[in-house]
Write a protein that binds this ligand. Structure first.
Ligand code: VG1
Ligand code: CO
Length: 553
């Protein structure tokens, strides 16, 4: 309902509307932002309520500068116009918007930091599928360049439950196709080419000359952008700047439904790439990114690198990278990620941290120069060049190592295993569980943790079992996330519930077996008994009716 309006600018017929509204009560932020079914997000006033609540909860945005863009998925173009008009009505000073409304999560973090902006919004549900029947989301970053703290997301959530009105300009949509500055009311809108800044940053980090030479000498790669936001970045960097053969970048046009693909770069959803890499005409390197460009998958010829190993290998080879050659502070991983990188940190004698799942927990460690590299088992790796994980960065890191050593992806990985041993590691996802069943399962496992010690499950004897609690060394905050069961032989199980799903609950079970001698086994076979132990300890079949995981990555 229109309460009142007045003409700000007769000429452009821009009118400020204050619209009274009814709160939505389901806008709690999960890992990295708000994620919803597209149809939920497209309800009347849904995005408006969330954005106004966010602006209110952070004390208003008057005089502030924000970065804005999305991964191009369905509703990106509609939500972005709403946000621009709400921002202007809330007296924001300036919005820096990615051309056509597109920006990747890492590029956004870079633009935010470079411009000393006060915040950033990326319209994305990341690795979740897109389209009208898929998911939509909004990620919010603070002036640190990274995701906000739980205190801030709690305050935003509280506000979403009480919001009564929002402010918005009543004006035609803004043209986001042309680079340049325009105005809406008093607010400046600067449309930028986000790829340009990103390429410049990557050039400063990596040895582009060496990578160029690698391609000149016949090295081949395929990068699957999965019809999501990284296409333009990848085309520019890999094909244009570095000289990878034309056709190296696949699915490079961002599409609202990702062309039907599920832009989650893993062995299941990036199947065409995986099939190519396991065929006889595989290129030397295969890589894929997720919807918003912060995740990466790395493959060699007929060879897959687990994200946990990738983090460890990048860390072990930091000296080949110009930006890091003088030393790195340390490395951090999420608790659920395999322990491979812990052995590298020990050997290099650098800082080492384990944090809860979610990139935001790395940010204080990077800000305080405790770590340089960070990674998660969920195909996320990155460094302190920004405050988000960075898919293309990881691919360039691998290319740079290959260029410097002349070794293949497989050789680099196998040498790493010989040096440090191998963590066989897989994640088992049990999806679509009733949330009460999932919550009870977790609560019950937690309450019996101490009784597990000394007991044997499928041949594995429990040595330690505890809820993972992280005490942030910088702000002193404490976060509980996941339950860890350790076994006498060094194997581990981690249980946790996903925070990014949009229907029901997803139970994630992370399994790791460490081996120093048997380095060439199949992970599934190596983890078979530990899987049984995991099913038994949490009574997964009895409680969920599932005899096996829905997705194994
Ligand atoms: C998942 C991953 C987590 C990652 C998060 C956001 O969260 O497990 O490691 O940080 O997604 O990634 P969860 O709570 O569903 O396990 V992204 O690429 O979606 O920003
Ligand atoms: Co993502």
């Amino acid at each position: 309902m229109l309460l009142y309006n007045f003409n700000r600018d007769e000429k452009d017929m821009i009118m400020l509307k204050i619209i009274s509204t009814t709160p939505y009560t389901d806008q709690k932020m999960g890992t990295g932002g708000i994620r919803k079914k597209s149809k939920t997000a497209a309800q009347p006033n849904y995005v408006e309520n969330f954005i106004q609540s966010l602006f209110d909860a952070i004390g208003g945005v008057k005089g502030q500068t924000f970065v804005l863009g999305g991964d191009g998925r369905y509703y990106n173009n509609i939500a972005i116009q709403k946000i621009i008009k709400i921002a202007a009505a809330n007296d924001m000073k300036k919005l820096i918007v990615g051309q056509n409304g597109y920006i990747s999560t890492p590029a956004s973090s870079n633009v935010l930091l470079k411009n000393h902006a006060d915040g950033g919004l990326v319209l994305s549900a990341s690795h979740n599928p897109g389209g009208e029947n898929g998911d939509f989301g909004i990620k919010y970053a603070t002036k640190t360049g990274g995701q906000c703290s739980s205190q801030i997301s709690d305050a935003i959530y509280a506000r979403t439950k009480e919001i009564k009105e929002y402010k918005i300009f009543d004006t035609p949509d803004i043209d986001l196709s042309k680079i340049g500055v325009q105005k809406l009311g008093e607010m400046e809108i600067e449309v930028i080419d986000p790829v340009k800044d990103y390429v410049a940053m990557m050039e400063k980090i990596f040895d582009f000359a060496a990578i160029k030479k690698l391609f000149q000498n016949g090295f081949t790669m395929v990068f699957d952008a999965m019809n999501a936001v990284t296409g333009p970045y990848a085309l520019k960097i890999f094909e244009e700047v570095l000289g990878a053969p034309k056709g190296s970048v696949l699915n490079y046009t961002p599409k609202p439904d990702f062309g039907g693909l599920h832009p989650d770069p893993n062995l299941i959803y990036a199947k065409p790439l995986v099939d190519l890499m396991y065929s006889d005409h595989a290129p030397d390197l295969g890589a894929a990114n997720d919807g918003d460009g912060d995740r990466n998958m790395i493959l060699g010829r007929k060879f897959f690198v687990t994200p946990s190993d990738s983090l460890a290998i990048l860390t072990d080879n930091y000296k080949y990278i110009p930006a890091y050659k003088n030393g790195i502070y340390g490395v951090a991983k999420s608790a659920a990620t395999s322990t491979a990188v812990s052995r590298v940190a020990k050997a290099l004698n650098i800082g080492y941290y384990e944090v809860p799942t979610g990139w935001k927990y790395f940010c204080n460690l990077m800000d305080s120069k405790r770590v340089t590299f960070c990674g998660e088992e969920s195909f996320g790796t990155g460094s302190s060049h920004i405050r988000e994980k960075d898919g293309i960065w990881a691919v360039l890191f691998w290319l740079n190592i290959i260029a410097a050593t002349g070794k293949s992806v497989q050789e680099i990985t196998e040498e790493f295993w010989h040096k440090y041993g191998r963590s066989y590691y897989l994640r088992f996802d049990f999806e679509g569980i009733d949330t009460t069943v999932a919550d009870k399962l977790m609560a019950d496992v937690e309450s019996k943790l101490s009784h597990l010690v000394g007991k044997t499950f499928a041949g594995y004897e429990v040595s330690k079992a505890y809820p993972f609690i992280y005490n942030d060394p910088v702000d002193g905050s404490s976060t509980k996330n996941g339950l860890i069961v350790c076994f006498k032989d060094g194997s581990r199980i981690v249980y946790r519930l996903s925070g990014t799903g949009t229907s029901g609950a997803t139970l994630r079970v992370y399994l790791e077996v460490y081996e120093q001698k048997r380095l060439d086994e199949q992970p599934l076979a190596m983890l078979e008994n530990l899987t049984k132990a995991a099913m038994e300890i949490a009574e997964i079949q009895e409680r969920t009716g599932k005899t096996k995981a829905d997705i194994i990555t």
